[in-house]
Write a protein of this length. Sequence first.
Length: 135
Amino acid sequence: MLSKVYLFLMVIVLTIFSAQVTFSKEVPFTLEDKERLIRIETKLQEMDKRIEQVDKRIDQLQIFLWILSGIFTSLVVAVIGFAFWDRRTMLREARREFAEYMEKESTLRRIHEALKYMAQNNVSLAEALKKFNLL
């Protein structure tokens, strides 16, 4: 049993030692690696430029949408204002016409009453009013 423990400890120690040896190896940095890094950096810069262009385009679209919403809001306010103004004008005209009508109606009613009163004493006037269904 003890020998198995020693064997296990030996395996662990050798594993740790071999791992340190492999980690401590220095990887050489070649000219090809340097060129590859430069190409990657160039591509990243190009991508950054494209992203900036897309950001500018998005900003322009946002400004355009704000302008459109402002125009739409202005049109809605103008239409509602025009409708309100037109309704007030129409109501004012209708009230005036109704007042004139009522005035004429009351005048006509009084004339009709006067003719009925006169028809009591005048036979020809009574016949004329009967002919036109006014009596």
